[in-house]
Design a binder for this molecule. Structure first.
Ligand code: KG4
Ligand code: ZN
Length: 349
């Protein structure tokens, strides 16, 4: 069965055609990064308008690239949350209209569930049903969480961030270093030539009893707001000299090391607590070379299989949304007209 995926939760307008369960026939992503760059972050109203403009073209392109006609589509999978309300509504309205026009089932997919399974879009990866239970790490601009995945639709949240997401920490750090927005990949590139031990930035430990994590074990939870503040104070005390490329690289490498260490330590702890067959990692920050290398080392040492998302599916995309439906998860909607978006992260799992 061919599934049309639609994803508009933030600043990427995406559509994909996937042959169930996991074969990607096309995946088209129109990035709005250039439209938001001048503002140093995503502007929600602008994101909605950009989605409205881009979505018809992106849908057409996804169909053409897949070699399918509209009549070949057997189901539609759409992101209903979490994300920006107006941005989500754009994709949902398109999916509802296509559902009526094509007369095919509509499946509502949680954006984070898409990131959890994106590693399995790699044609070389084993089928996910041989890998349960696996530990899922989602690291993006909006989210950082650890999830026990026992099957499609069977999730347990183990840890989350109590403040900023890992990608947000990269972007805020990049901004302080004058690297522009979004700057995660620039910190990554500069880190290659820097000394990661030049400055010791905080690893953001969440204290037990802080009341911020509910029932979650604080040892699986993240806090990234302190690292950015530490960089700010460091730069206030000792401003960057534009000519000192060596110091910029050292700061980037030290800053990246703090974020990567914090992530890897929590993953290590979560792996100890459950009998996991594998670790699957997705989200824009999973492009980070330091993180990929550190997770490879960790999983190698623990004898755990590691599934890293192929670069094309690390950022937001619709193939991962269709994949959730392809695996039989997601919510099949009976009253399609009543389906609404769920922007809040409180409804994740
Ligand atoms: O998954 P994504 O495209 O969007 C969200 O769902 O948020 O992730 C975007 C985030 C941005 O914060 C960006 O700076 C970060 O991923 N990012 C990276 C790298 N490439 C993208 N962070 C660190 N290293 C990278 N190479
Ligand atoms: Zn995302």
């Amino acid at each position: 069965m061919m599934i049309l995926g639609i994803e508009t939760s933030c600043d990427e307008t995406a559509a994909a055609v996937l042959e169930a369960p996991l074969r990607v026939c096309s995946s088209v992503v129109a990035s709005q990064v250039a439209a938001h760059a001048a503002y140093g972050g995503v502007v929600p109203e602008l994101a909605c308008r950009e989605h409205v403009k881009a979505l018809p073209l992106v849908l057409d392109e996804a169909l053409v690239e897949s070699g399918c006609g509209w009549g070949d589509i057997g189901a539609i999978a759409v992101t209903y949350g979490p994300g920006l309300a107006g941005a989500l509504l754009t994709g949902l309205a398109a999916a509802q209209a296509l559902h009526v026009r094509l007369g095919v089932p509509l499946v509502a997919v949680n954006h984070l569930h898409g990131h959890l399974f994106s590693a399995f879009l790699d044609p070389a990866s084993p089928a996910p049903d041989t890998q349960y239970p696996f530990l899922g790490l989602v690291v993006s601009g909006g989210h950082t969480c650890l999830v026990r995945v026992a099957g499609p639709g069977d999730y347990e949240l183990l840890g989350t961030t109590v403040d900023d997401a890992a990608g947000e920490a990269f972007d805020k750090g990049a901004n302080l270093l004058g690297l522009g927005y979004p700057g995660g990949h620039r910190i990554d590139a500069l880190s290659r030539d820097g000394n990661a031990h030049a400055v010791r930035f905080p690893r953001g430990v969440v204290k037990p009893g802080s009341g911020l994590t509910g029932d979650l074990d604080t040892r699986c939870c993240f806090s990234f707001s302190g690292v950015k503040t530490a960089l700010r104070y460091h730069l206030e005390a000792d401003p960057l000299d534009a000519g000192n490329a060596g110091r910029l690289a050292d700061l980037a490498a030290s800053y990246q090391a703090a974020i990567v260490d914090a992530l890897v330590k929590r993953v290590g702890y979560a792996l100890e607590g459950g009998s996991f067959r594998a670790l699957a990692v997705g989200g824009g920050v999973s492009l980070n070379r330091g993180l990929r290398g550190a997770l490879e080392a960790l999983c190698g040492a623990r004898g755990i299989r590691l599934h890293l998302t192929p670069p094309a599916y690390c950022g937001d995309n619709a193939a991962m949304i269709a994949a959730v439906a392809g695996l039989g998860a997601g919510r099949q909607i009976t009253d399609v007209a009543a389906l609404d978006v769920e922007p809040s992260p409180a409804v994740l799992f």
